[in-house]
Design a protein around this ligand. Structure first.
Ligand code: XMP
Length: 326
C-alpha cells in the first residue's frame, strides 16, 4: 500500500509527459491492488474525484461503479456533465441518484449554517450507503484524497469523504492521487482527457450552493443562486477572468427589498457577487472587476433571474469577511 508521506525526491508533475508516466504507473499499481474485484467511488464531478474515476476507468473499466449523488445544491449543468463525460463518453458504470427532493425536504426551515452542513453531510452518507448496499461484491472504496487533505487531516473535503459509513460497510481504500498537490491533479486530469471546465474548475464547497442560499433554503432562492452563478461564470469566462480570479460566485440572502418592475412595485431578493483572490484561502482580496462588466452582469441578472430586483458587489476582504457567506 502507498505510504501517506510524499517522498522528498518525488518529482512535481508539471508536464503532460510526467503526467503520462504517473498515469502508467498508477494503472499498473491499481490493477495489482484491485485484481478482479469491484470498486466503488462517490463521484461529485469535482477535480479530484473525477481524476480518480478516470484513472480507475483506465485501470479496471467496468469493475468500477461510480455513484453520483445530485443533492440539488450543484451548479447549473454539473450533474448533466458528470453523466455525459463518465457514462456517455468514458462508458463507465455510473449510478446517478436524483436525491434533490430528499435533501431539500430535510433542509426545509433549517437556518443555522452548521446545522445545514451537518444535514447535507449526513444525508450524503445515507444516500451513498443505500446505493452501496444495492451492489454486490464491492471490495474497495476509492476516494479523491489529495496531499493537502492528508497534511490538514481536519480538511474540509466533506463531499468526497465517505468515511462515515457504518461498521458493516467498511471497504479497503483506494486513493491513487493522495500524494499529489492540486496543480498536479489538474495536469493528470488534462492528460487523462477530462474537459477543461472540469479540470480547471474553481474550488467549490462540499455543501455546494446550500451555503450561498443563506438561512433556510427555499427552491426559488436556490434557483436564483444557480442561475445568477451561471451568468457570472459565463461572463467571467468570456471576459478572460475565469482563469485569473481564484473563486467567484453569487449569494442570495434571505431578505427582500422593494423595487419597481414594469411600473409596479416588487418585493424581491438581492443577488450578491463575490470574487476573490487568495493563495491559501486563509486571507483573500477582492478582485477589481471592470465597471462596465459589472454593469453588464447586473443587467443580465436583473433581466434573466426570476425573483431578483437588486445586484450588489461584496467589497469585503478576508479578514474580516470569510469567502463564503455562511
Ligand atoms: P471561508 O468561507 O471559510 O472559505 O473563507 C475558505 C474556503 O473553503 C471553502 N469552504 C468549504 N469547503 N466545505 C468545503 O468543502 C465547507 O463546508 C466549506 N466552507 C467553506 C470556501 O469555498 C473557500 O474556498
Amino acid at each position: 500500500m502507498m505510504s501517506n508521506v510524499r517522498p522528498e525526491d518525488m518529482v512535481r508533475i508539471t508536464t503532460v509527459d510526467l503526467a503520462n508516466a504517473f498515469i502508467e504507473e498508477q494503472v499498473k499499481e491499481l490493477r495489482a491492488q484491485i485484481g478482479d474485484k469491484k470498486v466503488l467511488l462517490a463521484l461529485s464531478g469535482g477535480v479530484d474525484s473525477s481524476v480518480v474515476a478516470a484513472l480507475l476507468i483506465k485501470a479496471v473499466g467496468k469493475q468500477l461503479t461510480c455513484v453520483h449523488v445530485n443533492h440539488g445544491l450543484l451548479r447549473k449543468g454539473e450533474p448533466e456533465q458528470v453523466v455525459e463525460v463518465f457514462r456517455n463518453q468514458m462508458k463507465a458504470n455510473l449510478v446517478y441518484v436524483d436525491a434533490v427532493d430528499r435533501f431539500l425536504d430535510k433542509l426545509a426551515g433549517v437556518t443555522d449554517p452548521e446545522a445545514k452542513r451537518k444535514i447535507i453531510g449526513a444525508e450524503f452518507i445515507r444516500v451513498f450507503e443505500e446505493e452501496a448496499r444495492k451492489l454486490d461484491g464491492i471490495k474497495f472504496l476509492a476516494q479523491g484524497t489529495i496531499y493537502p487533505d492528508i497534511l490538514e487531516s481536519d480538511g474540509v473535503k466533506a463531499h468526497h469523504n465517505v468515511g462515515g459509513l457504518p461498521e458493516d460497510l467498511q471497504f479497503e481504500l483506494v486513493e491513487p492521487v493522495k500524494l499529489l498537490f492540486k496543480d498536479e491533479v489538474r495536469v493528470v486530469g488534462k492528460a487523462l482527457g477530462l474537459p477543461d471546465n472540469m479540470v480547471f474548475r474553481q474550488p467549490f464547497p462540499g455543501p455546494g450552493l446550500g451555503v450561498r442560499c443563506t438561512g433556510a433554503i427555499t427552491r426559488d432562492r436556490l434557483e436564483a443562486v444557480r442561475e445568477s452563478d451561471a451568468i457570472l461564470r459565463e461572463e467571467f469566462a468570456k471576459n478572460g477572468l475565469a482563469g485569473k480570479v481564484w473563486q467567484y460566485f453569487t449569494v442570495v440572502p434571505d431578505y427582500r427589498s422593494t423595487g419597481i418592475r414594469d411600473g409596479k412595485r416588487c418585493w424581491d431578493w438581492p443577488v450578491v457577487i463575490r470574487a476573490v483572490n487568495t493563495t491559501d484561502a486563509m486571507t483573500a482580496t477582492v478582485e477589481d472587476i471592470p465597471f462596465s462588466l459589472m454593469q453588464h452582469i447586473t443587467d443580465r441578472i436583473l433581466k434573466e433571474v426570476k425573483g431578483v430586483n437588486r445586484v450588489l458587489y461584496d467589497m469585503t476582504p478576508k479578514p474580516v469577511g470569510t469567502i463564503e457567506w455562511e
